[in-house]
Design a binder for this molecule. Structure first.
Ligand SMILES: Cc1ncc(COP(=O)(O)O)c(C=O)c1O
Length: 404
């Protein structure tokens, strides 16, 4: 102790509340029950309970280690080859390349924060409209960037379907011309409920009519129906507007969670506007993390540069997607077979890693306290974290909390 306690500025601080999702993992790790299950955080697990490194990633890393010549800084906007691949995954040929600026970011979260900083610093006054419910971190990221977020309706009162009328009504009547609107490109988190192709057209029409800036969060490309299939909704919106921002993540579809690989793709109305926007995005990055990490982007680019590795990636991604679909089906069937009369058939049409179970916060608490099964308070279950071997244990526990 070198100074009087009155000079300890940190000692006046209060403890911040734990993150809604990552905080559950801390509680899970501290739980001594050997049968505990963590179905909260959005991470894919294989049949052995591991989050595997994809074979295509291992092959790309081997190649990179052999060929890598420098650890020098990347440019502020990242690795050119990677940025071109992101552009090709997200967009079709209908938008001229000189209207699209892509920057590499640390994960999808980094992309959202850069996008939020861009909206606030360049387009104020602006608000962003976010669906109810949405990924818990959206609100936190926008608040940290001082971007005002307002809710629009999404999930219906039945908690099983999209209330498209309420959503369109809010976007038409509550937004101001020029506001931003956050749309989940596919595999809506936490509900797994996506608009149909026809509903995307209606959404795109309102977005265009109100000159809203769509901020498309595209964290699960390939986890819904396929790489190209999952871009259909997003491209419908892009067809209707001249300006948009897409935030990509390769955490899930390449299993590169800890490598922090994402991107912001900005579409402008012409090449000059695109250049100016890119320069502002780069300024935001320079004063934040300066330039992105190299390794994850280099892996993605190495895989997508090579036809063989790309085919391997597509196959591994398909395997993950199909396993999740199978587990979702197993859960529905095993719930039926508990004989408790709980019909989870509505989960079958949900997309992506998660199922929005309809369990109440009290039931979620009971699952944790009595059965050491951890799911998010909204009732969102990470299907990708389920396992065949523990399916009966899970379903019996769910049935028991629904009955109590
Ligand atoms: C909807 C949504 N957006 C963005 C992200 C952020 O992804 P990343 O882990 O790449 O930061 C996630 C991650 O769970 C997500 O669910």
């Amino acid at each position: 102790m070198t100074a009087s306690t009155t000079s300890h500025r940190f000692s006046t601080l209060s403890v911040a509340p734990p993150d809604a999702i990552l905080g559950l993992t801390e509680a899970f790790l501290a739980d001594s029950n050997p049968d505990k299950m963590n179905l909260s955080v959005g991470v894919y697990k294989d049949a052995s309970g591991q989050t595997p490194v994809l074979k295509c990633v291992k092959a790309a890393e081997t190649k990179l280690i052999e060929e890598e010549k420098t650890k020098g800084y990347l440019p502020i906007d990242g690795y050119t080859d990677y940025r071109n691949h992101v552009r090709n995954l997200v967009f079709d040929e209908t938008i001229e390349h000189d209207r699209i600026a892509v920057i590499q970011t640390p994960g999808g979260t980094g992309a959202l924060r850069v996008a939020a900083d861009f909206l606030v610093t360049q387009l104020t006054p602006i608000r962003i409209w976010i669906p109810t419910p949405t990924w818990a971190n959206h609100g936190n990221i926008f608040a940290a960037a001082h971007l005002e977020a307002q809710p629009y309706s999404y999930l219906g009162a039945d908690r099983k379907s999209l209330d498209i009328d309420a959503m369109l009504d809010d976007l038409k009547n509550k937004t101001r011309v020029g506001d931003a609107v956050l749309l989940h490109g596919c595999c809506h988190n936490p509900t797994g409920i996506d608009p149909t192709a026809a509903q995307w057209k209606e959404i795109a029409k309102v977005v265009a009519e109100k000159s809203l800036i769509p901020l498309l969060d595209f964290a699960y490309q390939g986890f819904g129906a396929g790489i190209a299939e999952d871009a259909v909704g997003l491209r419908t919106v892009l067809d209707a507007v001249d300006e948009a921002i897409v935030c990509s993540s390769f955490s899930k579809n390449f299993g590169l969670y800890s490598e922090r690989v994402g991107a912001v793709s900005l579409v402008a109305s012409d090449a000059d506007a695109c250049k100016a926007s890119l320069s502002q995005l780069k300024r935001i990055v320079r004063t934040n993390y300066s330039n992105p990490p190299r390794h994850g982007g280099a892996i993605v680019a190495t895989v997508l540069d090579d036809a063989g590795l790309t085919a391997m990636w597509t196959e591994e991604l398909t395997e993950m997607r199909e396993r999740i679909t199978r587990l979702r089906g197993d859960f529905i069937d095993t719930m039926k077979s508990t004989g408790a009369g709980h019909d989870f058939e509505f989960l079958r049409s949900q997309n992506g890693m998660f199922s929005f179970s309809g369990l109440t916060p009290m039931q979620v608490d009971e699952l944790k306290n009595k059965h050491s099964i951890y799911i998010v308070g909204s009732g969102r279950i990470n299907v990708a974290g389920m396992s065949e071997s523990k399916m009966s244990q899970l379903c019996e526990a769910v049935a028991s909390v629904m009955e109590s």
